[in-house]
Design a protein. Structure first.
Length: 82
């Protein structure tokens, strides 16, 4: 009977070890996927920052063009003086 108990305990320990191995493999896959997601999010943040920069440059150019247009209108007296 002692042999049966020892075999049963060993069988349970093997099953537990196998389950733990599967969990560890799954966790490694999850770690890899999270790392990949973090890299993608970092890239997206850089892209958004560049878009903000481009937008700021566009605003500056529009402001400059608006000032130029106002000066031209004033010189040609096309603008209301109100």
């Amino acid at each position: 009977m002692t042999d049966n108990v020892e075999n049963l305990v060993l069988e349970h320990l093997r099953a537990l070890r196998g389950g733990q191995d599967r969990i560890e493999k799954g966790m490694e896959l999850i770690r890899l996927r999270i790392s990949s997601l973090e890299e993608h999010v970092s890239g997206l943040r850089k892209d958004v920052a560049l878009l903000h920069s481009d937008l700021a440059v566009t605003h500056v150019r529009l402001d400059h063009n608006e000032d130029r247009l106002q000066r031209i209108e004033k010189r040609l007296e096309l603008r209301d003086m109100a």
